[in-house]
Design a protein. Sequence first.
Length: 101
Amino acid sequence: MSQRIRIKLKSYDHNLVDKSAEKIVKAIKMTGAVVSGPIPLPTHKKVFTVNRSTFVNKKSREQFELATFKRLMDVYNSSSKTIDALMKLELPSGVEVEIKV
């Protein structure tokens, strides 16, 4: 096949992303393909500011942060065995996986 497969992982928990990336790399190396990565992409942080009180203490606010962690991997010299191994992997439910061929 010898085409590049790009795998993107996305999650709100950095431990889940790292463990999933480790599982994927291990499964791919068992098939004999070459893996480049996991490369950590910039963390996207979304901050929400909310009033603590609606009327009296207008200046009193609370901030919440939602961080999204991402990893990127490229697979080279893949075969049908590699794709089968990727499809059979069981990853945690908190991780979004995007595979492009």
